[in-house]
Write a protein that binds this ligand. Structure first.
Ligand code: PGA
Length: 253
């Protein structure tokens, strides 16, 4: 049985005071609630320690938005796996579309980062997704397959149990446009098919695959009721307690 994960990627928003306040409101909002998915908050590096402090004693986990692949040394501006795990961090985003398309990270660098996340004892949330023109040209499936193959080919079957995937069509991120549950479902099925070819059917079946791109309380139930969609990677709607709690509690909405 794959567990459900709802992760909030705060991107470059919320300073340490604002982040601590939001984390504390989310902890309060989930008190006494049962049958919850795993909840993950992914703040900026400077906000992470304050959020981790607020989450102590709760079940909510933290993740980082990025990481460098070397262990230590002269890498100005970067942080290592060890620095993140010393804060109790569990997850690290790798391959988010803003890192690929705004910052310009390519497959080689992403493969190195994903390897370092695993070697550092953390779990990558590896994001894949096509641009609008790639979808319109009928290339969405092949683009996503290449993103999976180029970065996961160096990962073993055993290590895959610690890897979470997120399908985020780039045209749906921050635009208010969500993939229809049918489009998302069909891509999630395709991703499982690619995983069964890279690894095996068991790995394909056990891998957690989140959907991301304008997820909000109003569409969470529809998206998450698909058996191939194991949760959500949420951007904008994770910045407000009401909307993020609405998504976490989607079963009740
Ligand atoms: P969004 O962002 O929910 O604001 O579309 C999702 C993401 O970038 O992970």
């Amino acid at each position: 049985m794959r567990r459900k994960i709802i992760a909030g990627n705060w991107k470059m928003n919320l300073d340490h005071r604002e982040g601590a306040a939001l984390a504390s409101t989310i902890v309060d909002g989930l008190k006494d609630k049962e049958d919850l998915p795993e909840v993950v908050l992914i703040p900026s590096f400077t906000t992470l320690p304050a959020v981790a402090g607020e989450l102590e004693g709760s079940e909510i986990l933290t993740g980082a938005q990025d990481m460098w692949y070397e262990k230590a040394g002269a890498f100005t501006g970067e942080v290592s796996a060890e620095m993140l795990s010393s804060l109790g961090c569990r997850y690290v985003l790798v391959g988010h579309s803003e890192r690929r398309h705004v910052i310009g990270e390519g497959a080689g660098l992403l493969a190195d980062k994903l390897r370092a996340v695993l070697d550092g004892g953390l779990s990558p949330i590896y994001c894949v997704g096509e641009l609008l023109d790639q979808r319109e040209a009928g290339k969405a499936e092949s683009v996503v397959e290449e993103q999976l193959r180029s970065v996961l080919s160096g990962v073993s079957r055993r290590e895959m149990s610690g890897v979470v995937l997120a399908y985020e069509p780039v045209w749906a991120i921050g635009t208010g446009k969500t993939a229809t549950p049918e489009d998302a479902s069909s891509m999630h099925g395709h991703i499982r098919d690619v995983l069964s070819r890279i690894f095996d059917a068991g790995t394909a079946d056990e891998t957690i695959i989140l959907y991301g791109g304008s997820v909000k309380p109003e569409n969470a139930t529809d998206l998450m009721s698909d058996p191939d969609i194991d949760g959500a990677l949420v951007g904008g709607a994770a910045l407000k307690a009401d909307s993020f709690l609405g998504i976490i509690l989607y079963r009740a909405t």
